[in-house]
Design a protein around this ligand. Sequence first.
Ligand code: MG
Length: 172
Amino acid sequence: MISPKIQDAINAQINAEFWSAYLYLAMAMHFESEGLHGIANWFRIQFKEEQAHAEIFINYLLSRGGRVALAPIAEVPDSWESPLAAYEATLVHEQKVTSLINGIYALAEAEHDYATRGKLDWFVSEQVEEEETAQGLIDRLKLIGENGMALYMLDQELAARVYNVPAPLANA
Ligand code: MG
């Protein structure tokens, strides 16, 4: 059985992951309408990954005999000034998610819930990757600046991104 404190924290995280999914779906829709279909594809995959993150937490809570509470998902923005602005917003958001994961990790330690702490290890590494990827795209978009051909080439590259089911879900 899981403690009520940990259960509440994981339920809050499930909502945060769905909010992330919603944010990236909104970004995908925005860039579809801007004609940047590769960037849109990248964000659509991000959307699927975030849904998978929520599902991993859902499955974990159920496996511990907990109750999943699906709260309303708050509204997300619907437009961004540029791809650079969207990836900057992505980085800021992922940094926030990292601090939320760290918060649950600290709570799990305080509650001596080592199963939850162990489950979070994958997310801790995943957040390093999320921040690194967003930062990498920010760096490239800054280099690209106003160069339309360079942006076109990046868009083509991001069109090739494919969705892979995150390991904890694939192995579930
Ligand atoms: Mg996530």
